[in-house]
Design a protein around this ligand. Structure first.
Ligand code: G1P
Ligand code: ZN
Length: 542
């Protein structure tokens, strides 16, 4: 019943910022997914008889790869697999299920916020027993294995019925098809003050969540409409579709513009939120106030004790390097640790496992805590609702009060997508070459205080990650950061991150791009973005 199938290696199976991501037709090549899954198993030890969690965001090709992974898990000796009904598990829910049922690890099928469909993106990621993305040591081993793999093991059995909750036998391995929502919703109920949020909503506070036809729909309906009593229809685009309804399931001001406009309109809802393809990102918009992800991290940290799950305070905060330093000021005031890591959630796992940090965040619409080991979109939305309910203030009032107390970090990210890879690499190489000579010089009238290519020394496992983004810091605390995306599937994406700290409350209402204009011009001057990319402006500004 178990076959060993011979195969040939593919040269391009290097996991990026968050697992292996490619276009669907790449994954549909003969043995492509099988090779990668076998390479994962070959890079692990001691899983015989153990439990594996499998689930995905429901995008095109999800079901097919789940069937392959189930049969391969059986052939490789796992004792049990927990799989979400319909093949569905949001990324944070998968992380929770791994932790709750003490699984050996999990396979999460997703390409996050990238579009889905027959010619769009797909992805496979391995998570370890703490529920978080595998660290580089493992992803490097997986990549090394993919380069030499010559066979994989698979059980020759019929497909499992993924649409019925229950226990099934697959070649001697148990497959449990589980309700993908219940465990996660129960966890949220332990962290947040559901009665307070319920009365906020019952009192007329109008909340809308746009699930963008992606995985959070069933979760948001269960939590917001069923458990918190919001009227039916409060969750929009709530049915997960394999192609996300042709939308780009990325919750930001470009792709969730309709929601944003609705909340900003005079008779629109009081609070709007959106999540991405696999449910780990979030966007929060209050009436008259969009909350930037960097600010959201700082404000959640500053107000953490409003939520029952965090009533004793937080141990520390971590943020990715390009994320604004707004949270640093909160950590300073609270007298707790602040950690600056490379981009990607996998760098937070060690800090959370060691109890050094409780909340973490990234500028890319990612916020989360040690309740799981992934960022968590709905968690952030519920945290904000809890804060609003506890403080009895609007989002706008909460944000403005925070700025008045701590100062405002104006912040924006400019993405140049689809850049020729050689040109993008040349831009970075040219910047790198001049880093040493920049300190003390002026760029567009701004004096450089320091410039480097960020390297991270993990304080827990002492691993070192180099070349994590070029930072140019200016006198007064402003900075620009350049890095290339590690999640794209075609060409290169250049990301420019721009930040200015403004302590003066009378200067907190400037339009963001205007407040950052001189830094944006400085970035052009030092990096010649237009010349290298051939683009006169960014493709996305967030
Ligand atoms: C992007 C974000 C990063 C996030 C990752 C996965 O990675 O910038 O913060 O962790 O997606 O959601 P990038 O494409 O920049 O490598
Ligand atoms: Zn995501």
């Amino acid at each position: 019943m178990i076959s060993t199938v011979s195969t040939k290696p593919y040269a391009d199976q290097k996991p990026g910022t968050s697992g292996l991501r490619k276009k669907v037709p790449v994954f549909q090549q003969e043995n492509y997914a099988e090779n990668f899954i076998q390479a994962i198993f070959d890079s692990l030890e001691g899983f015989e008889g153990q439990t594996l969690v499998i689930g995905g965001d429901g995008r095109f090709y999800n079901r097919e790869v789940i069937q392959k992974a189930l049969k391969m898990a059986a052939a490789n000796g796992f004792g049990k697999v927990l799989v979400g009904k319909g093949g569905i598990l949001s990324t944070p829910a998968a992380s929770h299920v791994i932790r709750k049922y003490k699984a050996f690890g999990g396979i999460v099928l997703s390409a996050s916020h990238n579009p889905g469909g027959p010619t769009e993106d797909f992805g496979i990621k391995y998570n370890i027993s703490n529920g978080g993305p595998a660290p580089e040591k493992i992803t490097d081993a997986i990549f090394a294995r993919t380069k030499v793999i010559d066979s994989y093991k698979i059980a020759d059995v019929a497909d499992i019925d993924l649409d019925t909750v229950g226990s099934f036998d697959l070649a001697g391995m148990t497959v449990e098809v589980i309700d993908p929502v219940a465990d996660y919703a129960d966890l949220m109920e332990t962290l947040f003050d559901f009665p307070a949020i319920r009365s906020l909503i019952a009192g007329g506070f109008r909340v809308v969540i746009d699930s963008m036809s992606a995985v959070t729909g069933p979760y948001a309906v269960e939590i917001l409409e069923k458990r918190l009593g919001a009227p039916s229809g409060s969750v929009r685009n709530e049915v997960p579709l394999p192609d996300f309804g042709h939308h780009h399931p990325d919750p930001n001001l470009v792709h969730a513009k309709e929601l944003y406009d609705d909340v900003m309109s005079a008779d629109g809802p009081d609070f709007g939120a959106a999540s991405d393809g696999d449910g780990d990102r979030n966007m929060v918009v209050g009436k008259g106030m969009f909350v930037t992800p960097s600010d959201s991290l700082a404000m959640i940290a500053a107000n953490a004790t409003c939520a029952p799950g965090y009533k004793n305070g937080i141990a520390g905060i971590a943020r990715s390097m390009p994320t604004s330093a707004a949270a640093d000021r909160v950590a300073e005031k609270l007298g707790i640790g602040m950690y600056e890591t490379p981009t990607g959630w996998k760098f937070f796992g060690n800090l959370m496992d060691a109890g050094k940090v409780t909340v973490c965040g990234e500028e890319s619409f990612g916020t989360g805590s040690d309740h799981v080991r992934e960022k968590d979109g709905l968690w952030a939305v519920l945290f904000w609702l809890n804060i609003v309910a506890a403080r009895k203030q609007s989002v706008k009032q909460i944000v403005e009060a925070h700025w008045a107390e701590y100062g405002r970090n104006y912040y924006s990210r400019h993405d140049y997508e689809g850049v020729d890879t050689d040109n993008a690499n040349a831009l970075v190489a040219a910047l790198r070459a001049k880093l040493d000579s920049l300190p003390g010089t002026e760029i567009n009238g701004l004096t450089v205080s320091a410039a480097d290519d960020f390297a991270y020394h993990d304080p827990i496992d002492h691993s070192v990650s180099k070349n994590q983004g070029i930072r140019i810091l200016f006198e007064g605390g402003s900075r620009i950061v350049f890095r290339l995306s590690g999640t794209g599937t075609s060409g290169a994406t250049l990301r420019l991150y721009v930040e200015r700290y403004e302590p003066d409350a009378s200067r907190h209402a400037i339009e963001t791009q205007a407040a950052l204009a001189d830094l944006i011009a400085a970035a052009e001057e030092v990096a010649e973005i237009k010349r290298y990319t051939g683009m006169s402006e960014p493709t996305v500004i967030t």
